[in-house]
Design a protein around this ligand. Structure first.
Ligand SMILES: [Cu+2]
Length: 240
């Protein structure tokens, strides 16, 4: 999740405009008015950033998964476990669907995180036929899309949270993973292992890390309104 509080961008733009006017030599009265309105805008932006969807006051979780495999191999997924007494609607399908493409005999991306209830697209953008399936063993949702030709797209809705390994029956070296998360609060680590989750309801939560070659771990995290809880996952055991 790469969402950043948009309010700060607005505040930064206003600050730039204000700085330009200030440099052109406005009088002291106008300067006071502009200072006051800038302060109000910054405060407004800050409050807006601390609210999630529906005006709920929220906080953030940020941190790092510290392991060479996460930096050199593939990303880790970090997600919030189910929150008691809270249910989350599946994501609206008003934009582009999350997708795992097939190109150059490779699934792209190799790891995809989605919220439970999401419909995922599996386009075949390669020049040869592929198959997409998830085996009975080790998958929260086994399925087989059969073999299909270039240019064709198939879809699967992932209802249950859990891990879905993907394979192609035609090319045994093709593999990918879908991490179906129980909440809308999840993130994919960047190349440094860093992650950030915004818009988290305040309270005591459980945060889980998943990586294809590391043992998972779940830790407690306390989220406060308008604050960022700092989390570091260290010393994860290699499982492969
Ligand atoms: Cu294939």
């Amino acid at each position: 999740m790469d969402s950043r509080p948009g309010g700060w961008n607005v505040a930064a733009r206003i600050a730039t405009l204000w700085g330009r006017r200030w440099g052109s030599g406005s009088d002291a009265c106008m300067l006071r008015i502009r200072t006051a309105s800038l302060a109000a805008m910054v405060l407004f932006s800050f409050l807006a950033a601390a609210r999630g969807q529906g005006g709920e006051e929220t906080g953030s979780i940020a941190g790092r998964v510290v392991h060479a495999r996460v930096r050199e191999n593939t990303p880790a997924i970090v997600y919030l476990e189910a929150i008691s007494d809270r249910t989350f609607d599946p994501p609206a399908e008003d934009g582009e669907l999350p997708a795992i493409d097939q190109m150059d005999q490779t699934f792209e991306p190799h790891v995809l995180a989605v919220q439970a209830g999401s419909r995922v697209a599996f386009p075949n953008s390669d020049v040869i036929r592929h198959n997409v399936y998830s085996p009975e063993q080790g998958s929260v949702q086994a399925f087989d899309l059969g073999s299909y030709r270039p240019g064709e797209t198939k879809f699967v809705v992932f209802e249950r949270a859990g891990i879905v390994p993907l394979k192609c029956s035609i090319h045994s070296d093709m593999s990918a993973w879908i991490v179906v998360c129980p909440t809308p609060f999840f993130a994919t680590t960047d190349e440094t292992g860093a992650f950030r989750i915004e818009g988290v309801p305040p309270g005591a939560h459980r945060l889980t890390v998943w990586h294809e070659k590391l043992a998972g771990r779940t830790i407690d995290v306390s989220v406060e309104v308008g604050k960022t809880a700092e989390i570091e996952f260290r010393d994860l055991e290699e499982v492969e």
